[in-house]
Design a protein around this ligand. Structure first.
Ligand SMILES: C[S@@+](CC[C@H](N)C(=O)[O-])C[C@H]1O[C@@H](n2cnc3c(N)ncnc32)[C@H](O)[C@@H]1O
Length: 277
């Protein structure tokens, strides 16, 4: 998707927010040539043995130039791709030969077995959970990405500012964000009809509560930090609630927000300093 957005696909240091129960995406990035992967989560869901098993499976898929799993295998994954063929034009043979060199794979296996607990000085894999703001130094990361995570942080503005701080000038963010109410309400966008008190009750003691921010909030926060949006691929669904049902707080939701059920947003950090207003 970065390649389609005319962005680079080779990175020194990458960081993932909220990898969940495996470090799979980051390990795939290492097999694509990235040098260092920093994984930050609020809960330590992933375990080393499972990560190692996934790593071996990924090596085999990369070696065999296997097609990307499609809609039939993962019907809920968005965005859909125009082609699920192995991206041989991006992951060329010389690039894969270097990335899959046996010595390099051995180094990564060791790091998966014993991930660094902090970014500084560590090997190719660093896993911090729970993480605290400030743990990554300013301007040290080339790519920050997340998959169905940014619908959770309560302080979304602080979260974007933190990620932007990690990035080198010209660094990239790539976030797939799910705006659906994931099982809390019957309608996919029923969370925008709940008054705050009812929402707090519905969310109950769930470990992760949706922040209910719509698509436009994410775009506005990125723009406020001076980031250039290079991809904004929205998945659109008809609204399952009427405008009259919207809670007061969401009364002014635009039609675009009301019907955006997920989005892949990619943005580039400016190369010069932007003052936040
Ligand atoms: C729906 S899961 C997605 C997991 C994984 N990215 C995937 O696509 O399967 C959400 C993940 O986001 C993490 N998360 C929620 N808030 C977070 C935060 N403020 N910082 C880092 N991770 C967070 C959760 O702990 C969980 O691992």
């Amino acid at each position: 998707m970065l390649h389609r957005s005319a962005q680079p696909t080779t990175f020194e240091t990458i960081a993932e927010l909220g990898p969940g129960d495996s470090l799979g995406i980051g390990l795939a990035a290492l097999l694509s040539g990235a040098q260092r992967y920093l994984a930050l989560d609020v809960v330590r869901y992933a375990d080393n043995r499972r990560n190692l098993r996934i790593f071996e499976e990924l090596i085999s898929l990369f070696r065999h130039r296997a097609p990307i799993p499609d809609e039939a295998e993962f019907p809920l994954v968005r965005p859909l791709l125009p082609s699920y063929a192995f991206p041989a034009d991006i992951l060329t043979s010389p690039r894969l030969d270097a990335a899959l060199h046996p010595k390099r794979l051995e180094l990564i296996r060791g790091a998966i077995n014993n991930p660094a607990p902090r970014p500084r000085g560590g090997g190719p894999v660093c896993y911090i959970a729970p993480w605290e703001p400030g743990v990554i130094e300013n301007g040290t990361v080339d790519l920050v990405f997340s998959q169905t995570v940014l619908e959770f942080p309560r302080d979304l503005r602080g979260m974007y500012a933190e990620m932007c701080r990690w990035l080198k000038p010209g660094g990239i963010m790539s976030h797939e964000i799910d705006f659906k109410s994931v099982g809390i309400t019957v309608e996919w966008n029923g969370h925008w009809s709940c008054p705050d008190a009812l929402w707090r009750l519905a969310a109950g003691r769930r470990r992760h509560t949706l922040n209910r921010e719509p698509h436009s909030t994410h775009i506005a926060l990125l723009r406020r930090m001076g980031c250039r949006i290079v991809c904004d691929e929205r998945t659109v669904q008809p609204s399952a609630i009427t405008r009259a049902q919207l809670a007061t707080r969401f009364r002014d939701l635009t039609d675009e927000d009301l019907t955006t059920s997920s989005a892949l947003i990619q943005a580039v950090k400016p190369t010069s300093v932007v003052t936040n207003k």
